[in-house]
Design a protein around this ligand. Structure first.
Ligand SMILES: *Cc1c(COP(=O)(O)O)cnc(C)c1O
Length: 824
C-alpha cells in the first residue's frame, strides 16, 4: 500500500500542479502547519500569494465607487467588467451566450432566481427540486405559488422529464438540483438540463437551476455547450478559491427574459426612475438589471488575484479533480477496510451504491460516514468531531444543510424527525444518537491542497480511537473484598469556581466551608457573558479564562479577581448591590451541551471598569454577570426551596437580598450537578496511561496532567496510613453515596461526569493540549460516553430530614470520606 510514498510517482497525485503539493503547502498555506484540514466542502483555503497579490492590487491603485464618472470610478468599472469576463471564461462560458451576475453567495443567486420567478407571472411558478438539495435550494419552494415537489430519486426525475411535453401548463416551472451533493459528494446527471429544455416549451416552459456550489470546489464546470448548459447556475467563489467571499449567478442569455420580470430594483439596476409617477427603465444587460446597489467591487477585484493564483499553482480544475479523486479513493479504501476484532465493519458509508470514487461523473471527493463499535452501537458524531478537534483534525458533522440527503441516507421519516425535533433535536446540537440511530453524518472532504499525510492522519485517527483491536475488558472492578474493608478516603482539596469556566479558588486548609444543596458556597455564582450575544463564555472557546483567578475574601466581603500575570485586581462586593447592575437574559448558546436552549436571567455588571477588565484580558467584549440568588437546581423539589432560603448562610456571606426571585424558574448553571468529585488515585492511573500509551515516534513525550484540569469541587484521596499502598483508581465509579466529615454529611452520587475537550486546557497557562482527552477517549469510554469523576449532591434524605432551618452544612480539607458502593 505504501508504494506511493510521495505523490510524484503517481499519475493522478498533484499532476499538473506547479510543484509538489507539499511544497505548495509549506509556502502558500502556512496556517495549515500541524493541522489536518478535511473540510474543503465547507470552504477551501486561500493561498498566501492570493492575499498578497490582492493587497498589492488594492494598495497600488485608486478604486472609486463604480457608479461614478471619475477615473478612479472608471478603473473599478473596467476591472469589474474584466473580471466578469474572466470568470465566465473560467467556466468555458461564451459571453455571447452567458452573462454572469455577481451576488453575495450561492444562496443569494438562488434567491434571485426564485424571486424573479415569483414575480414573472401573476399566477406564480411551480418548483421541483432534487432530494440531495442544500437548504438554500429547498427554501425556494416557499415562493412557488403553483406548488412544489421534492424528487426522491433520479428515476422520479427522469419520469417527470419524459412527461413534460405532454403536460402543458400555463405557468413557468423551475427545476433545481445540486451538481454535487455537499453532504456525500454524490454527483447528479448533467444531461437533465438539456433534456428538460428539449421536452418543455411555451408558457409551461421548465427552466433549470443548477446549484454548482459544491461541484466547483474540485471539478471543472464546463459551460462550453450552451445547448446542454443549465439556464441558471449558482455558485460561491470561496468554495473554489478560499477567497473572496463572493458568489455568482451564471445566466444563459436564452433564458434571461424571465429574470428581467423581477419587480425589485435598486442602486445600479435602472437607467431612469421617476418618483412622481411610478415609472422606471431598467438597464439593458442581464447583470446590470440584477446587480442591486454597488457591486462588491473590492471582492470582485480580489477574484482576479484568485483566478491568477489558482491557475499558477494548480494549472487547472482538471488537475485538482484528479488529485482530489486520488486522495478520496485512498481514504475511502482505508476506512472501508477497517474491521473490529470480531470482523465487524467500523465505518458505515452514506454514498449510494452506484457511486464510485473512480468515476467523476457520479462521485466527488467527499466521504460521508458514521462509526460503529464492535457490537454495532454508533459513535456520537459530536464526540468524534471533538476528539478530532483535539487531534487538530478538521472535519464536519451533522446534517450539512442537506436535510433531504441526510434524512434519506439515515432512513429517518418526516414523522420521526418531527418527533426528534419535539424531543429537542436541533441543527448543530449534541443529540447524536436518538432511538439507537444516528441523527447526523460525519463528513471528510478533500481539496486542492490536501495531501497524503492528511488522508493518512485521518485514517490513523479512526484506527487509533475507534477500531477495537480486542474484546474490551470492563475496566472497573472494585474488588468486593476491599469494599468490605471500609476503604477510607479523605478530602484532599476543595475548589470553588466562583466564575463559571474561570480559575479555581482553593478553600484554605483548616477552614470549614459551607455547602448547600446547590453546591459549595459561591460556586458558579458568577459568569462572563458576551456583550453582543448574551451567551455565557466558556473555556472551550476562550481557554484564557482559566487564567482568570478569583479569590473569595470573606473578611473583606469581596470577590477579588486577577488575570494572568497582570498585577491589576478587580474587587466585586459579595453583597448583591443594586447599583451598576442590569438584569439581562442569558442566552445559552445552542451548542452548549449541558443546559441547551435554557434561558436564565442574570444580573450583568454594567460598569465599564468591570467589563473592560475582562474584555481586555480575553480580547472579547464581555462583562461579569451574577446568577440570581438561591436558585433551585434541577434536582431539588420546589417545596424545599423556600425553606432553604431561610437558612442562615455561612459566616461572611450575606442573607439580605435586594433582588426578587425572577419569574422564570431558573436553574443553577454549575454544569451538570451541584458537586463534582474526582479521586486522586484515578488521576494517577490516568497519568500512568498517558505516559505509557504508545504514540507515534514524531510526537513529543506525553506529560502528566494536573488533577485540576478536571475542575472538581472535591478531590478525594485514599488514606494510605490506614491501608498501605491501597490506591484504588476508579473505585469511585461504583460509589452510590458517601459521607463526609465528623457529622457524616451524606451525599448521593448522581452519575458519572461526561467529559469534553475542555480538560485539555492547561489550567496554569491556558494552552490547549491533546491530553488527557486523547487517553480518556481510549480508556474511559463507558456506554459510549467518555467519563471521569462523579456528580454528587447532598443526599435527598439529608435534605428531607433536616428540620432545623438554621443548620449549616460544611466540609473541610482533611475530612474523612466514607463511600458506599453499588452492589455489583
Ligand atoms: C455551500 C453550498 C451552498 C451554499 O453556499 P453559500 O455560499 O452559503 O450561499 C449551497 N449549495 C451547495 C451544494 C453548497 O455546497
Amino acid at each position: 500500500m505504501e508504494a506511493i510514498s510521495k505523490g510524484a510517482n503517481h499519475a493522478e497525485y498533484c499532476s499538473g500542479y506547479s510543484e509538489d503539493v507539499d511544497i505548495i503547502r509549506e509556502r502558500e498555506y502556512p496556517f495549515l502547519k500541524g493541522t489536518t484540514y478535511l473540510d474543503h466542502a465547507g470552504t477551501t483555503l486561500y493561498a498566501k500569494s492570493l492575499i498578497d497579490s490582492f493587497a498589492q492590487d488594492l494598495t497600488s491603485n485608486l478604486f472609486g465607487n463604480p457608479h461614478s464618472r471619475s477615473s478612479s470610478s472608471q478603473l473599478s468599472t473596467q476591472r469589474v467588467d474584466d473580471v466578469r469576463l474572466r470568470a465566465l471564461r473560467f467556466f468555458n462560458a461564451d459571453p455571447e451566450e452567458f452573462d454572469l451576475v455577481f451576488v453575495a453567495n450561492a444562496t443569494a443567486a438562488i434567491k434571485l432566481v426564485a424571486e424573479a420567478f415569483r414575480d414573472a407571472t401573476p399566477q406564480g411558478f411551480w418548483y421541483g427540486y432534487y432530494v440531495d438539495a442544500h437548504t438554500s435550494l429547498v427554501g425556494a419552494r416557499e415562493l412557488a405559488a403553483k406548488g412544489h415537489k421534492c424528487f426522491g430519486t433520479g428515476d422520479e426525475v427522469e419520469q417527470w422529464i419524459s412527461g413534460l411535453s405532454g403536460d402543458q401548463v400555463q405557468h413557468p416551472r423551475l427545476f433545481a438540483y445540486p451538481a454535487q451533493s455537499n453532504m456525500n459528494g454524490r454527483r447528479c446527471p448533467t444531461q437533465w438540463c438539456q433534456r428538460i429544455r428539449e421536452e418543455s416549451s411555451g408558457s409551461g416552459r421548465a427552466y433549470t437551476l443548477l446549484d454548482a456550489a459544491s461541484y466547483v470546489s474540485t471539478a471543472p464546470l464546463d459551460l462550453s455547450d450552451a445547448s446542454t448548459a443549465p439556464d441558471f447556475t449558482a455558485l460561491s467563489f470561496y468554495k473554489t478559491f478560499g477567497f473572496p467571499d463572493l458568489g455568482a449567478l451564471i445566466v444563459r442569455k436564452g433564458a434571461a427574459d424571465i429574470l428581467a420580470k423581477r419587480k425589485f430594483f435598486g442602486g445600479g439596476t435602472v437607467d431612469m426612475v421617476l418618483t412622481e409617477v411610478s415609472w422606471h427603465a431598467k438597464k439593458a444587460t442581464v447583470h446590470d438589471q440584477l446587480e442591486d446597489g454597488t457591486p462588491p467591487f473590492h471582492n470582485i477585484i480580489a477574484l482576479d488575484s484568485a483566478l491568477s493564483t489558482h491557475e499558477r499553482l494548480f494549472g487547472s480544475m482538471s488537475n485538482i479533480s484528479s488529485h482530489t479523486r486520488f486522495l478520496a479513493k485512498r481514504l475511502h479504501k482505508r476506512l472501508a477496510a477497517m474491521r473490529h476484532f470480531n470482523g465487524e465493519k467500523v465505518c458505515h458509508f452514506y454514498m449510494p451504491s452506484e457511486s464510485n470514487y473512480d468515476d467523476p461523473a457520479t462521485q466527488g471527493p467527499i466521504i460521508a460516514f458514521n462509526i460503529r463499535n464492535s457490537s454495532g452501537g454508533w459513535a456520537g458524531k459530536s464526540e468524534v468531531e471533538r476528539l478530532a478537534n483535539v487531534k487538530k483534525i478538521h472535519i464536519r458533522s451533522g446534517s450539512h444543510c442537506n436535510p433531504g440527503g441526510t434524512a434519506t441516507r439515515l432512513g429517518w421519516s418526516a414523522a420521526e424527525l418531527r418527533r426528534n425535533y419535539s424531543a429537542g433535536l436541533r441543527c448543530g446540537d449534541d443529540h447524536d444518537v436518538m432511538n439507537g440511530r444516528p441523527t447526523g453524518i460525519l463528513r471528510a472532504s478533500i481539496g486542492p491542497i490536501s495531501n497524503l499525510q492528511d488522508v493518512d492522519a485521518f485514517a490513523s485517527f479512526v484506527d487509533e480511537f475507534y477500531v477495537e483491536k480486542a474484546r474490551k475488558t470492563f475496566p472497573l472492578p472494585p474488588p468486593v473484598t476491599l469494599v468490605s474493608q471500609q476503604p477510607s478516603f479523605y478530602v484532599e482539596s476543595l475548589s470553588v469556581y466562583p466564575i463559571k469556566s474561570c480559575g479555581a479558588f482553593k478553600v484554605p486548609d483548616g477552614q470549614r466551608w459551607e455547602i448547600k444543596r446547590e453546591g459549595l458556597a459561591w460556586d458558579r455564582e458568577w459568569c462572563l457573558i458576551h456583550q453582543g450575544t448574551g451567551a455565557a463564555l466558556s473555556q472551550k472557546k476562550y481557554p484564557r479564562m482559566t487564567l482568570i483567578r478569583p479569590v473569595i475574601d470573606l473578611d473583606r466581603g469581596v470577590l477579588r479577581v486577577s488575570c494572568g500575570s497582570d498585577s491589576k485586581e478587580l474587587e466585586i462586593s459579595l453583597r448583591r448591590e443594586v447599583t451598576n447592575v442590569v438584569t439581562t437574559s442569558l442566552c445559552q448558546s445552542a451548542k452548549s451541551s449541558n443546559v441547551c436552549g435554557d434561558r436564565v436571567v442574570v444580573q450583568a455588571y454594567s460598569s465599564p471598569a468591570v467589563s473592560s477588565f475582562f474584555s481586555n484580558f480575553l480580547g472579547v467584549p464581555c462583562t461579569l454577570a451574577r446568577f440570581p440568588p438561591q436558585l433551585s437546581t434541577r434536582y431539588s423539589d420546589p417545596g424545599r426551596f423556600s425553606r432553604a432560603k431561610q437558612k442562615r448562610p455561612m459566616p461572611g456571606s450575606f442573607p439580605d437580598d435586594p433582588f426578587p426571585t425572577p419569574e422564570q424558574t431558573p436553574i443553577l448553571l454549575s454544569n451538570e450537578s451541584p458537586i463534582l468529585v474526582v479521586s486522586h488515585s484515578s488521576v494517577n492511573r490516568l497519568n500512568e496511561q498517558i505516559k505509557y500509551s504508545p504514540r507515534p515516534s514524531h510526537s513529543p513525550p506525553a506529560k502528566a496532567v494536573e488533577a485540576d484540569v478536571f475542575r472538581a469541587n472535591i478531590i478525594v484521596a485514599e488514606d494510605l496510613h490506614q491501608l498501605a499502598n491501597a490506591e484504588r483508581p476508579y473505585s469511585e465509579d461504583n460509589w452510590k453515596s458517601f459521607s463526609v466529615g465528623p457529622e457524616q454529611l451524606d451525599f448521593d452520587v448522581l452519575g458519572s461526569c461526561q467529559r469534553c475537550q475542555m480538560v485539555c486546557v492547561n489550567p496554569y497557562t491556558g494552552a490547549r493540549r491533546e491530553e488527557p482527552f486523547s487517553t480518556l477517549a481510549k480508556t474511559r469510554k463507558i456506554n459510549g460516553k467518555i467519563v471521569f469523576g462523579r456528580h454528587a449532591s447532598i443526599s435527598r434524605t439529608e435534605l428531607l430530614h433536616d428540620s432545623n432551618p438554621t443548620k449549616i452544612w460544611t466540609v473541610m480539607v482533611g475530612d474523612a470520606v466514607t463511600p458506599t458502593h453499588d452492589a455489583e
